[in-house]
Design a protein around this ligand. Sequence first.
Ligand code: ZN
Length: 366
Amino acid sequence: MGKLTTRPMGARAAAPARPWPAEDLETLRRCPVCRSTQRRPLYISVTDRSAAKAPGEWNVHRCSQCESGYLDPRPTPESMFRASSPTASRPRGEVARKLRRLSIALRNGYLNRKHGHELQPAHPIGYWIHALRYRVRARLSADLGWLQHHPPGRLLVIGTNSRTTVETATGAGWRVTLACLSDPPPDWASNLPIQVRSGDIPEPGASESQFDMVSFEDSLGRLHDPLATLKRCTTILAPNGRLRVSTPNLNAIGHGRYRRRWWRLDAPRTLIWFTDDSISRTIARAGFAVSERPRVYPAARRSFLASESVGEPAWLNPLYWVRRLRIEVEAVVADLRVHVQPTRAEDIVLGAAPAPFALPVTAGIA
Ligand SMILES: [Zn+2]
């Protein structure tokens, strides 16, 4: 077992200036996925690199049993609100609003023709524009392709990083409930005909507590006990109900390349990082069987750019273009590698069904 020299929270004079309050920390000493105490240190004193600037320094361990990564110590469930991103979005100008609406219309134009939806607003030229955007097209298929395989019903989406799914499902006739975990409801949710709730899974037996689909959008690793939450899903799923999970992959090429600078580390909002194997085992222990594996999509470019904090383009700086070109080329190579090694993809996306009804795994259904 690796020995980890834990730096006391807030002991370093450098950033972050504020430590996480000691009374709002909990110590695990074992893997929250498989309960093994065998582990090795992965990173010490990771800080929040996002705009949220959550306080604290965090230690990441890697379980020697299931290979998941996890924070220990970590924020208590009651204090997770301190890690949330600010919800008040910047006020958009008229031009920005129109560009956003155009972007949605082009995306819907593509989805309508591709999957037979009738989403609005939509512009048919979006289909042809997306013919050139192979990365976006592949991601939409992985995230939303399931909509065409299921008749509209009740959908529970867990996690606020899900705007495209919620908008598209609502437009396709699904009755959507958005569970925000510890985050305040996002601004975009107030404009949609959906139910919004805090926390994760509604209590079984409560009104509106039966769902035909439960979708974890980048949120399983944000739960303190994902196995318990997955088990509770079996109590709120309707007969023939299905589960969808999308979560960062600790074995991703982007993580191997950027290590503690990998953008999906996102501590302390993310508490657990799964691998393809550990998520499959966790889902099986919760009583589900994997029934769908959408085709792996090329996500290395987005991961590399975000991890290198490539923000505003420096148009007149030649060094910017050299760096940008290097990332573009290396991202294409990484995406080609993922086709050979799908367990190295940036995200793990899968569908699952309660075990007695599980179907054979179908690859590339999207
Ligand atoms: Zn483990």
